[in-house]
Design a protein around this ligand. Sequence first.
Ligand code: ZN
Length: 81
Amino acid sequence: MASKLVPVREYTVKAHKRLIHTRVFNFVCKECGIPTKRETYGPRPLYCEKCRPPQAPKKSLMKPQKAKPRPMIYKSKTDLD
Ligand SMILES: [Zn+2]
């Protein structure tokens, strides 16, 4: 097979959604040293699910909801003027 180098112009990829898949990794946990396996989307995990539980509670999710603005009730018409 013949081959040659061809120039490729630089281009920007538009924002889009991509379907990614998890992989199951067999590895030894860096913290407890126990051989385990773990399913992740990203690169090979370092810790087992006991040392680094998936979906650890995030502070951002724990914070209380902000008070929503409530409609005011105007009792007299003069308030609106
Ligand atoms: Zn571990």
